[in-house]
Design a binder for this molecule. Structure first.
Ligand code: TEU
Length: 539
């Protein structure tokens, strides 16, 4: 496939509010990101993805935007943002921003106007419907609440919201809305950013006629509806293709077949995507399902479009806790998961703290949590009369706060994250797990990531190589090759707490001298993989 800079890149996601606080308000800030750019550079990442920094009431941590063209106070000022962009570019780092255009905050002036009267010129900028026999227009659920509709007594109509009540959906059918969004995108692109991560971008088009859903609990009716590709093609034509930038679409509920429609190189829509088959189908590790997902996406996109690889982000519990073993084999298993993500086909994403093996949390009471998705669900379930403790226990493992606790820099108070009161409690394990320790230990997870990233820079096979799974049906071992122009790499992973042996056809038997990277200091028997052992060979 055609070479491009972004295909070869490793992205580091900065959840700025939990990164580094420099003014003592308990929230990370843009100045904090500037101070840690050298750290990101040291790791070797190429691109920074910054979560939303726009003016916002901040009910959904910045995903409820009240002004697309200004910076929220907690984060800093436009001046600091510009300094951050410059400083990143000075270090050769690319910089992409979150684009959240399925919905705004209910405090956005557009929505305030829209709700003010039925004949307001902005009425049609959002999705308003009459009650159906005195009730919601249909039975759709939203992500964060039992109904996707909120009644507004002022005009006796409902508005639609795919997420919280405070996040009304924009009406993309309205050309004025689209032009306004395109102009806002140019505003940031003209400042010199290198692309966008596009929040739930496949939700923009709504089902025509807003019919009741057969299974109102499965909310996939919110996405991938007719019209979505016309919007994305228009966005590409009017905005994106005029800049040398990358785009990664957040695309829930998508199969490889439909995924190709978003990222096919001949389609001129997006460059790459996040699909959620792993996150949605695998509450915990499931080797067979994972291989199947990799296989079908590889076949679906091979030679035609580009994938992304990630196991966690600010919405999903930290990977070593959810998909590894953070109790007995934290270091080994963090390195194994890293090896996998960085050697499978697609762009690897690193979520801040992953590179030191940060783990999920378990707070004792609901009051210690901040995640609006979790809090709403807790209210909904306890409202049905369920036992609050039981509901809490049920929601803890996948609460979004698992990955949002502040970055653990050192052993000092609040892990060096803030001198004030942190907006979300720290994980108490910061005395052991922190950046300072990682940088002082040549065998740390951090340096393992650094090596993986450095290898990608030298070996095209990691980026462009063909993929072949040699371990289909095998429940613990994952063994596969990547091959390009006569070079073949063999990746061997034992995703389990027990040693496992394997046998490979002679042509795949590795020569011990050809070990490129491994997470155990010595190879213990050529045909046995230790618990959570990962090896990369050059055949
Ligand atoms: O998340 C959308 C979202 O909830 C999905 O990505 C979900 O994780 C996926 O479908 C798997 O089930 C985005 C943001 O990342 C999130 O933080 C926001 O709260 C949300 O959009 C609303 O803007």
């Amino acid at each position: 496939m055609k070479r491009t800079w972004w295909k070869e890149a490793v992205v580091y996601q900065v959840y700025w509010r939990s990164f580094l606080d420099t003014d003592g308000d308990g929230f990370g800030d843009l100045e904090g990101v500037i101070q840690k750019l050298d750290y990101i550079k040291e790791l070797g990442a190429d691109v920074i993805w910054l979560n939303p920094i726009y003016e916002s009431p901040d009910l959904d941590n910045g995903y409820d935007i009240a002004d697309y063209r200004s910076v929220m106070k907690k984060a800093g000022t436009m001046e600091t943002w510009e300094k951050l962009l410059n400083e990143a570019h000075n270090r050769g780092l690319k910089f992409i921003m979150d684009l959240v255009v399925n919905h705004t905050s209910d405090q956005h002036p557009w929505f305030l106007e829209s709700r003010s009267s039925k004949d307001n010129p902005k009425r049609d900028w959002y999705i308003w419907k009459d009650p159906a026999e005195g009730r919601e227009p249909n039975n759709w659920r939203s992500y964060f609440s039992p109904s996707a509709w909120e009644y507004d007594s002022h005009t006796d109509q409902y508005y639609m919201h795919s997420f919280a009540v405070q996040q009304p959906d924009l009406n993309w059918e309205n050309p004025e809305v689209r032009e306004e969004i395109y102009s806002m995108m140019r505003f940031w692109l003209d400042k010199g950013i290198d692309g966008f991560r596009m929040d739930v971008i496949n939700l923009l088009a709504k089902q025509k006629g807003f019919p009741d859903a057969g299974q109102p609990k499965n909310i996939d009716y919110l996405g991938n509806n007719p019209g979505i590709h016309e919007y994305l093609k228009e966005m590409n034509e009017k905005v994106l293709r005029h800049y040398d930038v990358m785009t990664v679409g957040e695309i829930p509920f998508v199969t490889p077949e439909d995924g190709l429609k978003y990222v096919g190189e001949d389609r001129h829509e997006l460059n790459t995507l996040f699909h959620f088959q792993v996150a949605d189908d695998m509450p915990s590790w499931d080797m067979l399902r994972y291989k199947e997902i990799q296989q079908t996406w590889y076949e679906g996109l091979h030679g035609k479009g580009w994938n992304s690889q990630f196991l966690n982000n600010h919405d999903h519990t930290r990977q070593v806790t959810r998909y590894g073993n953070d109790r007995v084999y934290r270091v080994e298993s963090a390195k194994l998961l890293a090896t996998m993500v960085h050697t499978l086909p697609g762009m690897p994403y690193i979520y801040q703290g992953e590179e030191i093996g940060m783990t999920g949390v378990r707070f004792e009471t609901i009051d210690e949590y901040e995640d609006i998705a979790m809090k709403n669900k807790y209210g909904e379930e306890t409202g049905k009369g369920r036992d609050p403790q039981e509901v809490l226990r049920e929601l803890q493992p996948l609460s979004r706060d698992n990955s949002r606790t502040p970055m653990q820099w050192n052993t000092s108070k609040n892990a060096g994250f803030t001198s004030g009161k942190p907006w979300l409690s720290l994980n108490p394990n910061y005395k052991d797990i922190n950046v300072e320790n990682a940088l002082n230990d040549p065998h740390s997870i951090f340096y393992f990531y650094k090596e993986l990233i450095a290898l990608r820079k030298e070996h095209d096979v990691m980026v462009y190589g063909d993929y072949q799974d040699l371990s289909e049906g095998e429940p613990y071992l994952y063994i596969y090759t990547r091959s390009l122009n006569g070079v073949t790499w063999l990746i061997m992973l034992n995703h389990s707490d027990e040693p496992h042996s394997f046998s490979l056809p002679a042509s795949y038997t590795p020569n011990e001298d050809h070990l490129v990277l491994g997470n155990y200091s010595s190879v213990n028997g050529q045909n046995i993989l230790q618990p959570h052992e990962a090896r990369i060979y050059h055949l």
